[in-house]
Design a protein around this ligand. Structure first.
Ligand SMILES: NC(=O)c1ccc[n+]([C@@H]2O[C@H](COP(=O)([O-])OP(=O)(O)OC[C@H]3O[C@@H](n4cnc5c(N)ncnc54)[C@H](O)[C@@H]3O)[C@@H](O)[C@H]2O)c1
Ligand SMILES: O=C[C@H](O)CS(=O)(=O)O
Length: 486
């Protein structure tokens, strides 16, 4: 089968409930648009609370048989799923770029990452061990099992529409849970394509269900309020995360929240400057700046600030903006008009507050309505709105600092705490600053640290819980203690 045949086979205009491709009960649909050219890709079901309730019921009905499978059986099905994802990598990457816009090279990396998460949790499935405990009274036999929490709801964002599904569904299934997924309205096709391959891999009907809707509120409310759902795993903005946290209180659901970020990227004067420039290019402009771990504030020590800007500007000139499927394109559009408006307004407001536009600062209509220039803003101050805003666009906000204590204070001056980065060759400074940074994750002299082996997550208002690593599966398990008295 050619890649284009695979793409055609994997693009769905229906959602997936109880092992069947279905329309919305209302029959209504909404459009999925290619952000590079605003062309229609397909229509998908406009589903509601009623559709969601049916999907939750399907997940509940499938739960007993799925959790009763041996861990090895679940593991083998997940391994087959990972294999099919790899075999369809190019098609999945093409679908990802079509609906999200990112350059194909990034889409390929994201799909490969999904296969790695699925394979990782296939292996974790057979390592869900409990404890036998020292008897607390004569004649007792005491033990703790880790058991699947039950029906899981997964609500995912548009910026990594493939890997955010794998990072939630793989550990949930490995743990013996069943899932109802609500993907982002801009990018539902990747979730549907992954689910197609999961079914081909042998995941039984009702174990994975996908609900599509043009807004998240109604479906999300059902996922939060329905008592059958025992766990909600959310990746998205902090604002929506707070809504879900409140809505889940009524049923005391177990929650994982992977939320927004405001990553500092600290460059000390003793850093390898060329390495710092390349790192700042990679983690500022990845996905055209639309990732939760993007360098949101570039903090550069004043003695090297001007040299850094010159080198950084020269490196930006090596990047190519365009339609993600085109050969040679390294960076695609923003996801939609709302995103462009948000970035444009933030840049204009920052200029009004006194910023200098070192380069860029405008939209790129010649490429398409959702393209924004690679931009550097300098002469920034921490009392400007941009300092506390998640930019989510190809805009580098560069700030000066005098010394280590000011750098740490600036870095921590935010309610967010997801990713952070620092560049220095001073070993003492590496340990001092890494420990002082109030973030879930710290990259030292590298921005590339995310993989399936890493406990990915944040502190403060960047979230609750971790995804990936040996810890990720615990989010979908409950401890069950038994005391047997002879
Ligand atoms: N921490 C992480 O791992 C991580 C990863 C990716 C994105 N993000 C964050 O996500 C944000 C960008 O993604 P986004 O724009 O899709 O976020 P978003 O919060 O607007 O949407 C995320 C998901 O939530 C749904 N949603 C929206 N309102 C809802 C509601 N009231 N109830 C239930 N669901 C609702 C959306 O339909 C979508 O599926 C950024 O803040 C980014 O930092 C975080
Ligand atoms: O946007 C945030 C994603 O979680 C980034 S990554 O895929 O985990 O690197």
């Amino acid at each position: 089968m050619t890649v284009s045949d695979q793409v055609k086979a994997l693009i769905h205009n229906q959602s997936f409930v109880n092992g069947e491709w279905v329309n919305a009960l209302s029959g209504k649909t909404f459009s999925v648009i290619n952000p590079a050219n605003n062309e229609l890709i397909t229509e998908v079901p406009e589903q509601t609370q009623e559709d969601t309730s049916a999907a939750i019921a399907a997940a509940e009905a499938a739960l007993p048989a799925w959790k009763e499978l041996t861990a090895k059986s679940r593991s083998l099905i997940l391994k087959r799923w990972a294999q099919l994802v790899n075999e369809n990598l190019e098609a999945l990457a093409t679908i990802l770029t079509l609906e999200q816009g990112k350059a194909l090279v990034e889409s390929r990396a994201e799909v490969a990452s999904s296969a790695n998460y699925i394979e990782w949790f296939a292996n974790e499935a057979i390592r869900i061990n409990g404890d036998t405990l020292p008897r607390s009274a004569n004649g007792n036999f005491e033990y703790m099992q880790k058991l699947p929490i039950g029906v899981v709801a997964a609500i995912t964002p548009w910026n990594f529409p493939n890997s955010m599904i794998a990072r939630k569904v793989a550990p949930a299934l490995a743990a013996g849970c069943t899932v109802v997924i609500k993907p982002a309205e801009d990018t539902p096709l990747s979730a549907l394509a992954l689910t197609h391959l999961a079914a081909d891999a042998g995941v039984p009907a009702g174990v994975i269900n996908v609900i599509t809707a043009s807004t998240g509120a109604e479906v999300g409310l059902e996922l939060c309020k329905n008592p059958t759902v025992k766990k909600l795993s959310f990746t998205g903005s902090t604002a929506v995360g707070k809504i879900l946290l409140e809505q889940c209180a009524s049923t005391v659901k177990k929650l994982s929240l992977e939320l927004g970020g405001n990553a500092p990227f600290i460059v000390f004067e003793d850093a390898d400057l060329d390495a710092a420039v390349q790192g700042a290019i990679a983690i500022k402009f990845y996905n055209s700046g639309q990732t939760c771990i993007c360098a949101n504030r570039l903090l550069v020590q004043e003695s090297i600030h001007d040299e850094f800007l010159e080198k950084y500007n020269a490196a930006i000139n090596q990047m190519v903006q365009g339609h993600g499927l085109e050969e040679g394109v390294s960076h695609g559009p923003l996801i939609n008009e709302k995103a462009i408006t948000k970035v444009q307004s933030l840049v204009e407001a920052t200029i009004k507050q006194g910023a200098t536009v070192y380069r860029g600062g405008k939209v790129l209509p010649e490429l398409g309505s959702n393209f924004f220039q690679f931009t550097i803003l300098s002469d920034l101050a921490k009392d400007m709105d941009i300092f506390s805003s998640e930019i989510f666009g190809p805009v580098a906000a560069v700030y000066k600092f005098r010394d280590e204590s000011e750098a740490v204070a600036m870095a921590n001056d935010t309610p967010y705490g997801l990713a952070s980065y620092l560049y220095t060759k001073d070993t003492g400074r590496i340990f001092r600053v890494s420990e002082a940074l109030e973030y879930g994750m710290v990259g030292v002299n590298t921005p590339k640290f995310v993989s399936e082996t890493v406990p990915f997550g944040g502190v403060k208002e960047s979230g609750i819980g971790r995804e990936g690593s040996v810890h990720g599966i615990d989010e979908f398990l409950e401890m069950h203690y038994v005391c047997i008295s002879a």
